[in-house]
Design a protein around this ligand. Structure first.
Ligand code: PGA
Length: 249
């Protein structure tokens, strides 16, 4: 049985009171399952609530959705990896498609954030994915491999073995369209090959998650694909019952 990672990306949703109600329902109904890790990425203002809720649970972990690449200083509105770590985060999403496409985050910025996360002891989950235009132009693999290489450019090979990757086709995020298991298999295999090229055999153990309109009906087919080691879920992770159904799959 392969190990699976189920990651909930709450995006700009779940105020502290909502997060508290969610975590109460979730932790009371979900008992540890072998070979499964469940990660929560709440908005930063609700991080403390999730940190407190997972404190007694080795199988539940939390992180932030974004960081700045500097460790501290005059960067109004930003949160550094060191601040996030001190507040209890263990993971961070880097290069999410909304960061890249809504906020104009470059491959270079993504690389700096990954390096900052590693310095601070946060595990980056590097998100990669092609737009519909890039897919139709046959550029999918070139795009995701470029994004992956740029993201890890500042890391030692050994550090690359400790991070996570999420393949999220931009056209599948929040649209109800999901990649077919065959589409996911092709991209995940290419990402795996690249991770092994960078970090050697250890690259086989790096979790590569799939994301983009994952829900309780399609999750089983996706996680049975070779090299799909879990899912990164937005919309369908917002309600505790729905998320329970997904992590129990
Ligand atoms: P979605 O979002 O599940 O709502 O498509 C996934 C993500 O953006 O991480």
């Amino acid at each position: 049985m392969k190990s699976l990672v189920f990651a909930a990306n709450w995006k700009m949703n779940q105020a502290p009171a909502d997060a508290e109600a969610f975590m109460r329902t979730f932790t009371s109904q979900y008992s540890r399952q072998q070979q499964k890790r469940v990660l929560f990425f709440p908005p930063a203002v609700s991080l403390h609530v999730v940190v407190a809720a997972v404190r007694q649970r080795g199988d539940l972990e939390t992180g932030v959705q974004n960081i700045h690449w500097e460790d501290k200083g005059a960067f109004t509105g930003e949160i550094s990896a060191t601040l996030a770590r001190a507040a209890g985060a263990r993971h961070v999403l880097v290069g999410h498609s909304e960061r890249r496409h809504v906020f104009g985050e470059s491959d270079e910025a993504t690389g700096k954030k990954v390096a900052a996360a590693a310095r601070a002891g946060l595990t980056p989950m590097i998100c990669v994915g092609e737009t519909l235009e890039e897919r139709e132009a046959g550029e999918t693999l070139a795009v995701v491999l470029r994004q992956l290489r740029a993201a890890v450019a500042g890391l030692e090979a050994a550090a690359v073995a400790t991070l996570m990757v999420a393949y999220e086709p931009v056209w599948a995020i929040g649209t109800g369209m999901t990649a077919t298991p065959q589409d996911a298999a092709e991209v995940h295999a290419a990402l795996r090959k690249e991770l092994i090229a960078i970090t050697g055999e250890r690259g086989r153990a790096v979790p590569i998650l799939y994301g983009g309109s994952v829900n309780r009906s399609n999750v089983d087919a996706l996680v049975s694909v070779e090299d799909v080691d879990g899912v990164l879920v937005g919309g369908a992770s917002l309600d505790a019952e729905g998320w329970l159904a997904i992590v129990r799959s």
